[in-house]
Write a protein that binds this ligand. Sequence first.
Ligand code: SF4
Length: 278
Amino acid sequence: MPTPPAAAPPAAASPAAPALPALPALPTSPSAPEVTLRALDTLWFQVGGTVCNLACRHCFISCSPTNHTHEMMRLGQVRAHLAEAAELGVKEIYFTGGEPFLNPEMEAILEAALAVAPATVLTNGLLLDAARCARLAALAAELRDGPSMDGTRIRELTGGDGVDVVLDVTPMAQQPIRDAIEAVRWGGTIVLAGLKGHKPIELVTDMLINKALTVKGAFSVDAAGYENAIKLIESGKFPLHKMQTHKYGLDDVEHAIKLLAGEVPGEEGIHVAVMPGR
Ligand code: SF4
């Protein structure tokens, strides 16, 4: 990890140098002037605090496995700052520590950051095992290829046929409905289960007719529906964990609700879980 350059040794005082005049005392004010932050280019997170798996002698803030002077940042904290930074037009994000990958939420943090701006992680690399590298590579691929729910992409993946059924469970967002019409096959079904805040939606309804689609609304599920869903999850047939985009503890409930309501700039959630004790 980079360390600040060492300070130059002080120059030897010349015995002939004249004494400097005393500086006038600076005026003090109980209310110091403030400059409003109007824009932000670069954002640094000391996401690992001062905790590191190493204890290098040259470390500029003496990080070590036992230095808890600064604790690790939580995902909720990072998200709040990312939202502020997105509004200020942040262009790049850096993560440092300590060792960022000691933070158990680092991958989720990185995913949240990459939704806002390009990110760099300063790491000693010792915690980058094969499994973690594979997950980071999958995240990079996902970002490169764009959202997996994009209608055109789904048609490409199905050889132009489209899928039998599309379920829209996304709160507030309207684009998933347009994507659903694009992604579903001729004669297929679209199930709408994501509330959109009673806002009107612009749709080309000719597509519903031309493709002979069935559109259904679903308010809730019965016991048999839960049973089938649990069986499907247990089967491991689909990577359903990817649909759970956010997890929060009770301290971050307000942020979780705002995210679901589409009120957090730069962030979109599919499924948000609040987990007491997290
Ligand atoms: S943060 Fe960790 S790896 Fe980096 S210099 Fe400090 S002790 Fe070494």
